[in-house]
Write a protein that binds this ligand. Structure first.
Ligand code: APR
Length: 257
């Protein structure tokens, strides 16, 4: 393992444009469950009930979504960035990070110190919401307060009364165009692409490592379990993101000193 940590640190130091790509596995050590590990969110809830179509077309679909949201949002709000988030933010401070492309909606990369413009959020951000009719913006705290007061399905204030939806991408919802285009551009121009904590099974996000590989970048996968893209990786580093990213960045810092 030490040899692989050394190799990855060397790749980061030599790279012109290192990109880090994260999934829910980078936040489990902050107390936020991921989706597909045993006991993850999709072990306890049926993903087919949380589609964009269900949300916009049925009140029952929205009620179920907000029921899940009522459980998950306090966990996200209480979570603190962990060693992996801080290590990735330090790469930026060391001048060794082009950007982070994340599937996460928990805002923890930003709270670990990464400037917002360095974080491309493919699946949106759970701390914000908006009315689908008039576009009025809400904070998730405002919405959560409604839910706590017993509102089942939050609606936009008068005179609108439209459907409010968090700024997160549901299954079947169109991906954010600008973020997706920019993520592909950055993946295709990077020279090292480091996946941290993702099962790489959800598309189009899971295309990003392949775009990087196609463009000639080195692919590194730091993950607790196997992924379908492991065969394309130049370095596979199985294990926990916090400890591994901390060691990698420590070696980068020592090499740059
Ligand atoms: N360190 C390293 N890897 C970890 C850790 C950890 N501490 N904890 C979990 N993992 C790994 C798991 O083994 C798993 O392979 O992280 C991966 C998380 O995979 P998923 O739960 O599938 O999360 P993600 O890849 O982000 O899912 C993508 O699916 O449901 C949608 O929109 C949701 O953005 C999400 C998308």
């Amino acid at each position: 393992m030490l040899e692989k940590v050394e190799r990855i640190a060397d790749m980061i130091c030599r790279a012109g444009r290192p990109v880090v790509f994260t999934g829910a596995g980078v936040s489990t050590e902050s107390g936020i469950p991921d989706f597909r590990s045993p006991g993850g969110v999709w072990d306890r809830f049926d993903p087919s009930e949380f589609t964009f179509r269900n949300f916009v077309e049925s009140a029952e679909g929205r009620r179920k979504y907000w029921e899940l949201g009522r459980e998950v949002y306090p966990v996200i709000r209480k979570a603190e960035p962990n060693a992996a988030h801080f290590a990735i933010a330090e790469l930026h401070r060391l001048g060794r990070l082009d950007c982070v492309i994340t599937q996460n909606i928990d805002n923890l990369h930003q709270r670990a110190g990464l400037p917002a413009e360095k974080v491309i959020e493919l699946h949106g951000n759970a701390t914000r919401a908006r009315c689908l009719r008039c576009g009025r913006r809400y904070t998730r705290d405002e919405i959560h307060e409604c839910l706590e007061q017993g509102v089942d399905i939050p609606l936009c204030g008068p005179p609108c009364g439209g459907i409010i939806k968090p700024n997160t991408i549901l299954f079947g919802e169109a991906m954010p165009e600008e973020e997706t285009r920019e993520a592909e551009r950055r993946a295709r121009q990077c020279d090292v692409f480091i996946v941290v904590g993702s099962s790489l099974v959800v598309y189009p996000a899971a295309l990003m490592p392949l775009y990087a590989k196609e463009a000639g970048a080195a692919l590194v996968i730091v993950n607790l379990s196997d992924t379908p893209h492991d065969a394309y990786a130049d370095v596979l580093l199985p294990g926990r993101a916090g400890a591994l990213m901390e060691r990698i960045v420590e070696r980068v810092r020592q090499r740059l000193a």
